[in-house]
Design a protein around this ligand. Structure first.
Ligand SMILES: O=P(O)(O)OC[C@H]1O[C@H](OP(=O)(O)OP(=O)(O)O)[C@H](O)[C@@H]1O
Ligand SMILES: O=c1cc[nH]c(=O)[nH]1
Ligand SMILES: [Mg+2]
Length: 215
C-alpha cells in the first residue's frame, strides 16, 4: 500500500509470510516462546530485504565438472546493532543470514513519563565505521531511541546505516527520516498512530516484555 514516505528510503515489507507472522505477533494470546520465535523469523525475512543490494564480486569456482564464475559478497562487512533490550530478539535472525557479521550493542530505555531515550550501554566493533550497520529494534514509536542510536553511529563515523523495525508509527518514521537524510528504514508494518503513552496502535504492546516474559 502506498504511503507518504520516500520509497527510496522507507520500505514496508508486505510479503505474505511477513504479514502472516505479524498477525500472530500482534495477538495478545501469543506465548512468550512463540513471540520470540516470530521476532526471529521476521528478522530473517526483513534482513533478506535489507541486504538486497550488498555489493558482490566475481569469483572463480571449480564445480565437479568445470570452472564457473560465481558471485560472492565483496569486501564490505556487516555489523548488527541491536537497541537493547528488545532489539536482541532480532540479532540471531540476522546472523543466520550473515554469520560473519559483528554485533554492537546500544542500551537504551525510554523514560515512561517523558518518553525520552536514555542510553545506558554502548559497545561497538572497533572498525564499525567501515561496516554496513543494520540497526535492529522491533518497535519504532516516537523515534527517540532509534534517532539517538543513529546519531551515535554517525558520531562513530558510520556511513551506511539501515534500520530494521517490525512495527512503526508514522510519527516515528517521520522523525527518523527527517533526522538523518541518508538512513534507510525497513519495517514490516506502518501502524496508525501513537496513544497518549506513546505506544503504537494497533501495535503489539511492549516488545521487550513480550520477548522476555517480564510482565
Ligand atoms: O521510538 P521510541 O519512542 O523511542 O520507542 C521505541 C523504543 O521503546 C522500546 O524499548 P524500551 O524503552 O521499552 O526498552 P526495552 O527494549 O528494554 O523494553 C522499543 O524496543 C524501542 O527501543
Ligand atoms: O508500542 C510500543 C512503543 C514502544 N515500545 C514498545 O515496546 N511498544
Ligand atoms: Mg520495552
Amino acid at each position: 500500500m502506498a504511503n507518504e514516505f520516500d520509497p527510496k528510503r522507507f520500505t514496508v515489507i508486505d510479503h505474505p509470510l511477513v504479514q502472516h507472522k505479524l498477525s500472530f505477533l500482534r495477538d495478545k494470546d501469543t506465548s512468550t516462546k512463540q513471540f520470540r520465535e516470530l521476532v526471529n523469523e521476521l528478522a530473517i525475512l526483513e534482513g533478506y530485504e535489507a541486504t538486497r543490494d550488498l555489493p558482490l564480486e566475481d569469483v572463480e569456482v571449480e564445480t565437479p565438472l568445470e570452472k564457473a564464475v560465481c558471485r560472492r559478497l565483496s569486501g564490505k562487512k556487516v555489523a548488527v546493532i541491536p537497541i537493547l533490550r528488545a532489539g536482541m530478539g532480532m540479532v540471531d535472525g540476522i546472523l543466520e543470514l550473515v554469520p560473519s557479521a559483528r554485533v554492537g550493542h546500544v542500551g537504551m530505555y525510554r523514560d515512561p513519563v517523558t518518553h525520552e531515550p536514555h542510553q545506558y550501554y554502548c559497545k561497538l566493533p572497533s572498525d564499525v565505521e567501515s561496516r554496513t550497520c543494520l540497526v535492529v529494534d522491533p518497535m519504532l514509536a516516537t523515534g527517540g531511541s532509534l534517532t539517538a542510536a543513529i546519531q551515535f553511529l554517525r558520531e562513530a563515523g558510520v556511513r551506511d546505516i539501515r534500520a530494521l523495525t517490525i512495527v512503526s508509527s508514522p510519527e516515528g518514521v517521520r522523525a527518523v527520516l527527517d533526522f538523518d537524510p541518508e538512513v534507510r528504514l525497513y519495517t514490516c508494518a506502518l501502524d496508525r498512530q501513537l496513544n497518549e503513552r506513546a505506544y503504537i496502535l494497533p501495535g503489539l504492546g511492549d516488545a521487550g516484555d513480550r520477548i522476555y516474559g517480564t510482565k
